[in-house]
Design a protein around this ligand. Sequence first.
Ligand code: TXA
Ligand code: MG
Length: 334
Amino acid sequence: MPAGKPETARSREIIIVAIATADAETIAVAARALEAGRLVAFPTETVYGLGGDATQGRAVAAIFAAKGRPRFNPLIVHVADPAAAERIAVLGPLARRLAGAFWPGPLTLVLERRADSMLSDLVTAGLETVAVRVPAHPIAQALLAACGRPLAAPSANRSGHVSATQAAHVAADLGDAVEMILDGGPTAFGLESTVIDARGDKVVLLRPGAVTAEEIEVVLGAAILRAGDAGDRPQSPGQLASHYAPRAAVRLDVTEVRPGEALLAFGPDVPATDGAVVNLSPSGDLHEAAANLFASLRSLDATGAPTIAVMPIPEHGLGEAINDRLKRAATDRP
Ligand code: TXA
Ligand code: MG
């Protein structure tokens, strides 16, 4: 038998058993694994998260190792409800208002970390702030309830790669680095949560995401600041220039497709091409486009085309977050 064969067979087997349909029984098993300091991937309404107990340094270190993520990039801490958020972070009046409007849901608040939070210092990369989110997905909620502790959960992909919106994507990226993948089907939004700094009396958008800037502005009754406008406000350490990247090169704002390129289309008027085409939304709907974005990048990447050409996407609403991800996918990698 060739030397490599048993290894391949074994890793296939592990990937198959690691994916479990989420139900009361598998969620209870997952909660026990988390309590023991092991890692479980689970669906949220945005993307799949790679979860570990945020109070156990060993579990948090395992998350960084599984993703190949630099340790200066802090993780989002997921909790069941605003009361649990108050136990790890300080919510001022503005943060409470946003939490009231958007939690549970895809908004992450960067807040002052409480001294008695019990969180591992690794979660926050040594910062005095912590990013907190209350997910709306029923499986994420059930898991948080079953384990009764805050869960650190970055997107369940290799660092720098496209985020995982299906259980199979998690398995492809992280394989046997996770104890278990709770399968809840494809995620609804398909884009990560919006991250805002909500410590002061003004909020700063650190990462555009599933809640639009316009929706936040309606609640605030004021314009939201962008990280660049905010003077000495810290940027989000995770907003690296190259991120969310497929293997193929990415070319943006394309109106004419070049020979050999695969096309990521948007809307009804698609340029002619002999190559592979995936349309994010034939009707030009930004919600549909966001939900399809990462799976479409993965499937065009799998065609082996050296370049993915991307049609222009409008910049309003969810378009801001879609274009943010596409720009990072198009940036030259180190
Ligand atoms: O939708 C989501 O947010 C998903 C799901 C699983 O909840 N999670 C996610 O986590 O996208 P992650 O780790 O891939 O992205 C977290 C982002 C990074 O850009 C990170 O730098 C930023 O939040 N962040 C975390 N803690 C921060 C802090 N204390 N200050 C500023 N930015 C922070
Ligand atoms: Mg991520």
